[in-house]
Write a protein that binds this ligand. Structure first.
Ligand SMILES: NC(=O)c1ccc[n+]([C@@H]2O[C@H](COP(=O)([O-])OP(=O)(O)OC[C@H]3O[C@@H](n4cnc5c(N)ncnc54)[C@H](OP(=O)(O)O)[C@@H]3O)[C@@H](O)[C@H]2O)c1
Length: 254
C-alpha cells in the first residue's frame, strides 16, 4: 500500500469562512485538492467555489452564515457538523477592512471590523474546540492574520487592532489547547489581489509604492496562500503551535 503523504488531508473535513471569493476561496480549493471535504461558509453565494472544488474532483457543501450576527458561532459549528460530519479543520478567514484617517475614524467602522475579524474568530474557535474535545478528536485552527499583525499600517486603525489581536489570540489559544491535541496557528498574507485591496490597487501612488517594496516583484494571488493552509492543517505541522506564518513575497524580510 502506498504511504500516506504527511501533507494529505484525505478523510478530513474543513470549515472555511468567507470561502466565496479571494483568499478564502483559494484556501478552500487548496484544502480540497489535498483531499479534504469543505464546508464553504459565508453570507454570499458559494456557487463559484463549489464549482471549482467539484471540477477538482473533491467535495464541498455550502453553509449560509453572517458572522456579524451575535451568537452565530455555536450555530455555525452545529450547522457544519450536520451538513458534513465532525470537523477537523477551521479556517477563520472572513474579514473586512475600513479605511479612514485615525482622527476621523468612526465607531461603526471600529465595531464592524472588530466584531468580524476578532470576536467572530474567537467564538468560532471556541465552539469548534468544544466540539472537537467532546468528540475526542485532534483538530487544527488556521487564522488569517495580516502584515498588520506585525506592522502599524496607515488609515486602518480597527483592522490593525483586529489583526494584531488575532496574532495574540492565536498564541493564547495555542498555549491553552496544544496539549489537548488542537493546533492553533495563523497565516499572515502579504498584499494579495482581492476585494480587500481593491482601493489600494486603484490608487496609483500607493500601488506603485507597495509593489516597489515586494521582493517577489508582484502582488500575491489567493492561490499563493493555499499551500501554507494545507501545511498547517496537515500532519506535517503536528508540532507547530502559535506560529504566525508570513506568506508575503518577502515583504517582512525587507
Ligand atoms: N488581500 C490581502 O492583501 C490580505 C492581506 C492580509 C490578510 N487578508 C485577510 O484575508 C482574509 C480574506 O480577505 P480577502 O483579501 O480574500 O478579501 P475579500 O475578497 O474581501 O474576502 C472577505 C471574505 O469575508 C467574507 N465576509 C465579510 N463579512 C462577512 C460576514 N459578516 N459574515 C461572513 N462572511 C463575511 C466576505 O464575504 P462577502 O463576499 O459576502 O462580502 C468574503 O468572503 C481577511 O481576513 C483579510 O483581512 C487579506
Amino acid at each position: 500500500m502506498a504511504r500516506r503523504s504527511p501533507f494529505s488531508l484525505e478523510g478530513r473535513t474543513a470549515l472555511v469562512t468567507g470561502a466565496n471569493t479571494g483568499i478564502g476561496q483559494g484556501i478552500a480549493l487548496a484544502l480540497a485538492e489535498a483531499g479534504a471535504t469543505i464546508v464553504a461558509a459565508g453570507r454570499s453565494d458559494m456557487g463559484e467555489t463549489l464549482g471549482l472544488i467539484e471540477a477538482a474532483g473533491a467535495n464541498a457543501v455550502p453553509l449560509q452564515l453572517d458572522l456579524q450576527q451575535p451568537g452565530v458561532a455555536a450555530e455555525a459549528i452545529a450547522g457544519a457538523v450536520a451538513a458534513a460530519g465532525p470537523l477537523d479543520i477551521l479556517v477563520n478567514n472572513a474579514g473586512i477592512i475600513r479605511r479612514s484617517d485615525a482622527l476621523e475614524f468612526s465607531e461603526a467602522d471600529w465595531d464592524e471590523v472588530m466584531n468580524l475579524n476578532l470576536k467572530a474568530a474567537f467564538f468560532l474557535s471556541q465552539a469548534f474546540a468544544k466540539a472537537a474535545l467532546a468528540a475526542g478528536r485532534g483538530a487544527r485552527i488556521v487564522n488569517i492574520a495580516s502584515l498588520l499583525s506585525f506592522q502599524g499600517g496607515i488609515r486602518v486603525a480597527s483592522y490593525t487592532a483586529s489583526k494584531s489581536g488575532l496574532a495574540g489570540l492565536t498564541k493564547l489559544l495555542a498555549c491553552e489547547w496544544a496539549a489537548k491535541g488542537i493546533n492553533v496557528n495563523a497565516i499572515a498574507p502579504g498584499y494579495i489581489e482581492t476585494n480587500n485591496t481593491q482601493a489600494l490597487r486603484a490608487d496609483p501612488e500607493r500601488s506603485t509604492a507597495i509593489l516597489a517594496r515586494i521582493p517577489a516583484a508582484r502582488w500575491g494571488q489567493p492561490s499563493d496562500i493555499g499551500g501554507a493552509a494545507v501545511f498547517l492543517a496537515s500532519d506535517a505541522a503536528t508540532y507547530m503551535h502559535g506560529a504566525i506564518l508570513p506568506v508575503d513575497g518577502g515583504w517582512l524580510a525587507r
